[in-house]
Design a protein around this ligand. Structure first.
Ligand code: CP
Length: 313
């Protein structure tokens, strides 16, 4: 049994398997139907894309879903039940659990006590590994490669779990250059910088947003994570520093793509949505195919045996 806790688990062989499956899912998922399987989606933090695309994925695979959104309020967490006890119980109700929780490390804790695979659907400001899978799938679909690309990560790089997971995943590739563009109080964490340096991936903190837009093949915008700030003055200072609108699109390379895990606030003006380089809605849609592939790789008896994942946690 495998759990999906962090992006460092994803080997190149695993990525190949998942992306081949995701391509197959778009054509015909019937060979992988699992009508007797149940997924529990347990979300302690709000979500539109992750929860509903996991549920859509399970339904498209012919499986079933049990769900608690707003779990902090509507599950027995509100009566004082520990995460571990909830997961032990849910292990008896479902074949796989997708968990979003507000604490870093919660998915790892859940995996330690679960009798069924746990999928980290976001653990506080920690990681969002399945988002990184669909992000990479989107980049690969647009460029046909990852090696050699320059990727600008823009916005809240301190609390943004999607960019953290994406960096860990990019550590598997060659000659990828990362440009970090963020407000000074939202800089990328030293742990990620050390990881990238250790994997020979060059990174640079860039003050000049325009220069990053000119240099990047992929511009990955993110929202300032209001829910992680204790001081609203600091949050307000970090807001609205980087925005893509019609004054910025002429700076982008002709073949560049712009991504965003969504939800967006003002980071990308809707006036540029029709520019073919804007890929964030395609990115969100890819979440269904990639999550179908992931669920299948975890639950399909043969694929489960073959799934080349690292599980060191
Ligand atoms: N990208 C993402 O995680 O979106 P949600 O918070 O809506 O799930």
């Amino acid at each position: 049994m495998h759990h999906i806790v962090e992006s460092q688990q994803f080997t190149l062989a695993f990525l190949n398997q998942i992306y081949r499956l995701a391509d197959e899912m778009q054509l015909d998922p019937r060979p992988y139907f699992m009508p007797n399987k149940i997924m529990a989606t347990v979300f302690f933090e709000p979500s539109t894309r992750t929860r509903l695309s996991f549920e859509s994925a399970m339904h498209r695979l012919g499986g079933n879903v049990i769900s608690t959104e707003k779990a902090a309020e509507f599950s027995s967490h509100s009566k004082g039940e520990s995460l571990e006890d909830s997961i032990r119980v849910l292990s008896g109700y479902a074949d796989v659990i997708a968990l979003r929780h507000f604490e870093i490390g919660s998915a790892k804790r859940a995996a330690k006590v679960s009798q069924v695979p746990v999928i980290n659907a976001g653990d506080g400001a920690g990681q969002h590994p399945t988002q990184s899978l669909l992000d990479l799938y989107t980049i690969q679909a647009n460029f046909g490669k990852i090696d050699g690309l320059t990727i600008a990560l823009v916005g809240d790089l301190l609390y943004g779990r999607t960019v953290r997971s994406l960096c860990y995943l990019l550590g598997r590739f060659y000659q990828v250059k990362l440009l970090f563009v963020s407000p000074s109080i939202c800089r990328m964490g030293q742990d990620i910088k050390d990881f990238l340096t250790g994997h020979n991936l060059p990174w640079e903190e860039v003050e000049d947003f325009n220069a990053a837009l000119r240099a990047a093949d992929c511009v990955y915008m993110t929202r300032i994570q209001k829910e992680r700030f204790l001081d609203m003055d600091l949050y307000n200072n970090a807001l609205n520093q980087y925005r893509i609108d019609k004054t910025k699109t002429p700076l982008l390379k002709e073949q560049a793509i712009v991504m965003h895990p969504l939800p967006r606030l003002d980071e990308i003006n809707k006036e540029v949505d029709s520019d073919p380089r804007m890929k964030y809605f395609q990115q969100a849609a890819n979440g269904v195919w990639v999550r179908m592939a992931l669920i299948t790789s975890l639950l399909h008896p043969q694929l489960q045996k073959e799934t080349p994942l690292e599980q060191k946690f």
